[in-house]
Design a protein. Structure first.
Length: 95
C-alpha cells in the first residue's frame, strides 16, 4: 500500500536499492511524478542518519519489545521509543 505524502511537500524519495523498492513502489513514484533516487550498493555513508537510527533500533528497541506483533502495536511502541531516544536518552556527541 502506498500512502499519500502530499502533506510533507516531498520533492523526491531516496532509497538504498533493496528489493522492497521495486515494482509497486517504483510504479507509484512514477505515477506520482516523484523522482526516486537509488543509492549505490554498499554506500551507508550516503544515508548515515537512517543507518544510525536503524542500527540503534535494532539493538536498543527490537530485542526488548514484548508487545503484540501487529504493525499498529509495534509502530506505537517504536514512536514512544523514538521520543525517549530524541528527548531523554543521553548522547555522547552532545554536551
Amino acid at each position: 500500500m502506498v500512502m499519500p505524502i502530499d502533506e510533507w511537500n516531498t520533492i523526491s524519495i531516496q532509497v538504498d536499492g533493496g528489493s522492497e523498492f521495486r515494482d509497486t513502489f517504483e510504479t507509484a513514484c512514477q505515477t506520482s511524478e516523484l523522482p526516486l533516487v537509488v543509492l549505490p550498493p554498499k554506500s551507508p555513508k550516503y544515508n548515515g542518519g537512517v543507518e544510525r537510527a536503524n542500527g540503534t533500533s535494532r539493538y536498543e528497541f527490537y530485542p526488548f519489545y514484548q508487545g503484540a506483533l501487529t504493525m499498529e502495536a509495534i509502530n506505537k511502541a517504536l514512536a514512544e521509543y523514538q521520543w525517549y531516544y530524541n528527548h531523554y536518552r543521553p548522547h555522547d556527541g552532545i554536551d
